[in-house]
Design a protein around this ligand. Structure first.
Ligand code: KIV
Length: 306
């Protein structure tokens, strides 16, 4: 069984030029599959607001939502390093509240680390969390919780001033004790420069090839939504949305046509039980062939789950 990574091993991966793979997961099955696939880090992202809960932004996501989903992920990926997002306005509002909210995510959710969006303006709270023993991952560039302030989902770091601010934010987070930083929608040269400057790993999403690791959203790499909207920064590795839609459509057709359930999906009964219901008459005889199917090949499943 493989061992869960730690913040020390993640930092060593940067030194060894061993790229870090991170992907979001939001529930038990996605966590199990991600761990089985050999993923380094699971992010329980507040992107669950968009891809699981159907909101337009991550802003409505609550602390309780994050705790609920982190718990499910923690049950499914016991040997994978799990980072959970602190949602909108649960930090940056004073040290005491930030620490209390962070404690709930760690204790009730079961995450190994927390991710916070923002740079210099949250550095002192990042420092307080780290002092309290909570590993913190930073997140700069396009920070979706500030989408209204940023004026939309725009690439960051195209202009001199933006590049300078990104570098300043990254250094402030590292100085505050963050163990890694997500760079979202940052131009490739600026992300590369930041990655070279920092001793902690950078994990890019739409930030090019110079980062120390990559993160994407589970539903994006699997096209697990409808309609699926293409994004330049995403590579899709499977089309699960179409697979699920086609499967459900076949199920609907077969139920309507009476093709499901077929005989192999049904369970027989003992002749005495059938005779009893039919009063031992002709109908009972015609139904007695039901008894021959009593020994279903899936009997163990039935007895365990009934
Ligand atoms: O919430 C999320 O999924 C994220 C990633 C986009 C980095 O923060």
């Amino acid at each position: 069984m493989r061992k869960r990574l730690t913040i020390t091993s993640l930092k060593k991966m940067k030194q060894d030029k061993n790229p870090i793979s991170m992907l979001t997961a939001y529930d038990y099955p996605s966590a199990v599959l991600a761990e089985e696939a050999g993923l380094d880090v699971i992010l329980v992202g507040d992107s669950l607001g968009n891809v699981v809960l159907g909101y337009d932004t991550t802003i409505p996501v609550t602390l309780d939502d994050m705790i609920y989903h982190t718990r499910a992920v923690a049950r499914g990926a016991k040997n994978t390093f799990i980072v959970t997002d602190m949602p909108f306005m649960t930090y940056g509002i004073g040290r005491e509240s930030t620490l209390r909210n962070a404690a709930r995510l760690m204790q009730e959710g079961g995450a190994q680390a927390l991710k916070l969006e923002g740079g210099t303006e949250i550095a002192s709270e990042v420092g307080a969390l780290v002092k309290a023993g909570i590993p913190v991952m930073g997140h700069i560039g396009l920070t979706p919780q500030s989408v209204h302030q940023l004026g939309g989902y725009k690439v960051q770091g195209k202009l001199e001033k933006e590049a300078e601010k990104l570098m300043e934010d990254a250094k402030a987070l590292e100085a505050a004790g963050a163990f890694a930083i997500v760079l979202e929608l940052v131009t490739e040269p600026i992300a590369e420069a930041i990655s070279k400057e920092l001793s902690i790993p950078t994990i890019g999403i739409g930030a090019g090839r110079g980062c120390d690791g990559q993160v994407l959203v589970y539903h994006d790499i699997l096209q697990y939504s409808s309609p699926y909207i293409e994004k330049k920064m995403v590579k899709t590795y499977a089309d699960i949305g179409s697979t699920i839609r086609n499967a459900i459509s076949s199920y609907v057709s077969e139920v309507k046509a009476g093709a499901f359930p077929a005989e192999e999906h049904t369970f027989g009964a003992k002749p005495a039980a059938i005779n009893h219901l039919y009063g031992g008459g002709e109908a009972a005889n015609s139904s007695s062939n039901q008894a021959t199917r009593e020994e279903s090949p899936k009997r163990d499943f039935v007895s365990n789950h009934s």
